[in-house]
Write a protein that binds this ligand. Structure first.
Ligand code: PRP
Ligand code: URA
Ligand code: MG
Length: 212
């Protein structure tokens, strides 16, 4: 598995405001959206394209277009929905599938409560969206599901990742033979006793959508 922590002053600036406990929900949503677009630029570096031609006002020339089948973007509900618009802004022709997952705050085990994905993902490049990679249980389960359906490579975009979760992912996808990547705005210090990322930004779903 490959991990990329995007090193860019604008990413660092926006992430700092996102972490601030005094940042309100509308600002949090806007910043999450902007950060995803910056991460998406790096995350799509290997997106498959096919050669094509284009007629300019002067001549015909070569170019590229997104290859078929189109990439599949998969936000993990709830918090991953806050990243969808930022991603599809860069990949407007991508298809979108949905996974609803929740982590039990006692056992820290992830449960899937909704799946709306193509049955057959053979040949598909997939981009999974989830702001928080904490223990890694949620993201690993989501990626396993995509690989089981035939996805040929999977890139996860996360706003924050914990070292514990990245180690878990590295072990889980050490010998799958399928490329798995994590692109994140930062790798934080550690998890606390409740499985929250430190210094982190708190509960991403609650900060985006309120406490339920
Ligand atoms: O790496 P893990 O230890 O599995 O934890 C990370 C998961 O926890 C959060 O979701 P949560 O379960 O709070 O659901 P929500 O998006 O509905 O808030 C977060 O958005 C990840 O999906
Ligand atoms: O720090 C964390 C860990 C899991 N889920 C969150 O929203 N935040
Ligand atoms: Mg949550």
């Amino acid at each position: 598995m490959e991990t990329l922590a995007v090193d860019h002053p604008l990413v660092a600036h926006k992430l700092t405001v996102l972490r601030d406990v005094d940042t309100d929900s509308p600002t949090f949503r806007r910043l999450a959206d902007e950060l995803v677009t910056l991460l998406a630029y790096e995350a799509t570096r290997d997106v498959r394209v096919a050669e094509t031609t284009v007629r300019t006002p002067l001549v015909e020339t070569g170019g590229v277009q997104l290859a078929s089948p189109k990439p599949l973007v998969v936000p993990i509900l709830r918090a991953g929905l806050g990243m969808l618009d930022g991603m599809t802004r860069l990949l407007p022709t991508a298809e979108v599938g949905f996974l609803g997952m929740i982590r039990d705050e006692g056992s820290l085990q992830a449960q899937t409560y909704a799946t709306r994905l193509p049955e057959d993902l053979s040949g598909r490049q997939c981009y999974v969206l989830d702001p928080m990679l904490a223990t890694g249980g949620t993201l690993a389960a989501a990626i396993r599901l995509l690989l089981d359906r035939g996805a040929t490579d999977v890139t996860a975009l996360c706003l924050l990742a914990a070292p514990e979760g990245l180690r878990y992912m590295e072990e889980a996808f050490a010998d799958t033979g399928t490329p798995v990547r994590v692109v994140t705005a930062a790798i934080d210090a550690r998890l606390n006793e409740q499985g929250f990322i430190l210094p982190g930004l708190g509960d991403a779903g609650d900060r985006l959508y309120g406490v339920v």
